[in-house]
Design a protein. Structure first.
Length: 110
């Protein structure tokens, strides 16, 4: 099961939300990525970002932990809410995997 995290912050009556998930990249090479969706709670995400690739889930999770700690220092709190932007994050993962596959097809053979 992929590790995920939801953080929220209230400011001036608005709730900002960040959802994070650690997922494996395609290709069975043991590479993982960290995906983020951010925006106003109750709306579509205004930003999708990815970090990585990382060699294994533990490396990606340690980066997720460090980012979460930093966000907590900036007023975010872990939320026990159901992730609402899972489809957006899945689409971003699909795009990353597609870009990587396209890059492998167009790179010269070794």
């Amino acid at each position: 099961m992929p590790r995920s995290l939801c953080l929220t912050r209230q400011c001036l009556g608005l709730v900002t939300r960040i959802e994070c998930v650690v997922r494996p990249l395609s290709g069975d090479k043991g590479m993982w990525t960290l995906l983020f969706a951010a925006g106003m709670s109750g709306e579509q995400p205004s930003a999708l970002k990815a970090q990585g690739p990382f060699h294994g889930p533990v490396a990606a999770e340690s980066v997720l932990d460090a980012i979460a700690e930093s966000l907590v220092l900036h007023g975010y709190q872990a939320a026990e809410e159901i992730p609402i932007w899972g489809l957006h994050l899945q689409g971003e993962l699909r795009r990353i995997n597609s870009d990587a596959a396209q890059s492998q097809r167009t790179s010269p053979a070794s």
